[in-house]
Design a protein around this ligand. Sequence first.
Ligand code: DMJ
Length: 673
Amino acid sequence: MYSAAAAAASPPRRDFISVTLSPEEAVGTGGYNNSKAWRRRSCWRKWKQLSRLQRSVILFLFAFLAVCGVISYASMGEPWKSLTNKSLDDQRTEPEVPGLKLANPAVLPAPQKVDANHGDYPELPPQKPPKPPHFRRGPSNLQIKAPRRDVRLKTRHNTSRAVEEPDQADKEEKTEKSVISWRGAVIEPDQSTEPPSSKIKEPEKPSSVEAEDQKEPVPINERQMAVIEAFRHAWKGYKDFAWGHDELKPLSKSYSEWFGLGLTLIDALDTMWILGLKEEFEEARKWVANNLVFDKNVDVNLFESTIRILGGLLSTYHLSGDSLFLEKAKDIGNRLMPAFKTPSKIPYSDVNIGRGTAHPPRWTSDSTVAEVTSIQLEFRELSRLTGDEKFQKAVDEVMKHVHTLSGKNDGLVPMFINTNSGQFTHLGVYTLGARADSYYEYLLKQWIQGGKKENELLEDYMRAIEGVKKHLLQRSQPKKLTFVGELAHGHFSAKMDHLVCFLPGTLALGAHNGLTADHMKLAEALIETCYQMYAQVETGLSPEIVHFNLHAQKGHKDVEIKPADRHNLLRPETVESLFYMYRFTGDKKYQDWGWEILQNFNKYTRVPTGGYTSINNVQNPINPEPRDKMESFFLGETLKYMFLLFSDDIDLINLDKYVFNTEAHPLPIWVPA
Ligand code: DMJ
């Protein structure tokens, strides 16, 4: 039974603490009644039974523990801060897609005023002094809502628990000093907002944010899950075979270089953020931090590197609040500036970002009109963020110059412009497709970005749409689809690039921003046409170019495809327009059309070992002839627009607060609606 405790048998070592219990005390033969008095007496007796050394050791231990307690309490501040933030990360509910976690509040840096007023172009929005922080909601200017309700609720719960602890004021001050995003990077506002040229103010909080943050988050639905799955599959291929390179070649399990700047990775950053792919984003961020170097002797195309790299970095900075991306954006922005050193100030097409030299293509001194007029959103935003007006000045000058040029046809522009004379060349050919497309898109989007004040941009846009209606619109047979053809020296051609399918979305965006309802009508007609460019083809995927039948012929569809045009590069334009149309109308048919397209991408372009590929023949479902290349815009644009199309959350990139650049990178509207 309880035959004397083990301690009784212990050797009587003096430096050893032992407590001996007598059997009576242990089992209490009548003496034990559990009264307080009994317990006090019993403890005191035991204490007295200890040797002096034993008592001293115990007292010393108590004193030591007390001192440790005080020290650790005093140093709670820092660990608390990171612990709080870390636990926000760690404790988030794991969503149904493994590894899928959600975006934290986003941070929008405050506008920065630039002194110069560029004619009819607006001043950059004025800065206000930083406001005192609003702690309970974490970083101010929350724009992106978390895509999943469960995760979001948990996040919010954790956040409020963290700030409701005692010592609130002290902790809040610390929370304000370091903003942490879900990717785990601590962003110090002081640090993140201090470019070399001038200091950027802290994010300013739009009045609508608080109310918006209280709205119920919308859960991710099955179609969005399918997009996440597709993205992950594409990313797997890129990661396994092309990591850090420009494009994946999924069939040969290798890569191709264009600029040697990790194009796909940069283009995909904000898509990962929006899709909530935390792990992938963190890994890519590390690559940007450690490997993305622009000091390279390499020629890059001004337009492509602006829309993909500068645009991608700026939007990722806005969504994440991570100053790393702004620093990189400033670096590439500065390195692209030599392109504007031309006799006419119309930029050259190519820049050597290591040497700081620029030049036109070898065979001409012309630049493409779409290229020189579709870099404005990015450079203007860079000026706003850095306070350095040179970026905006350079691109505004191009727009002002093009505004005054002759050679337009009812607002329609030719495709080339000379960098010496500043005049349009190859006059008489008008298209909304390659080489002119995004000129029209950026007229509207710059007007929106700048708060709808730049009248010249709006005028040019409105005139151009009238020009489209007058010269380029026709209807096909037999379905009477409205399409946008081309005009060459007075001759109409029923040719339409898939690239033109950006137009319905842009028209709808204009109508949403108060332009004539006619534009919305035209958008509805054109998106139907763009959908038919998929639906009437054997694989359900659009070719690069179609020709519409103007006359009904037995057994002929509306869409004809020439052998040289039957490739599909995984382009985004139709899905992009479907997204705008769904956002503005709520008509589910647009989601259904997008869903069909996604399924056909999966059917004909998905490579089992990872990645998606461009194909050579959309008319051959048995062998669509894979091209072995995944363009960076498939991740940057196509899948992002798919995800947004399937979302019912209008605050997931709210179109009254953001404007997408032509590579689907959302940039803030300076004066949100
Ligand atoms: C992208 O780089 C951009 O959308 C650009 O405006 C047109 N071409 C591709 C996508 O098709």
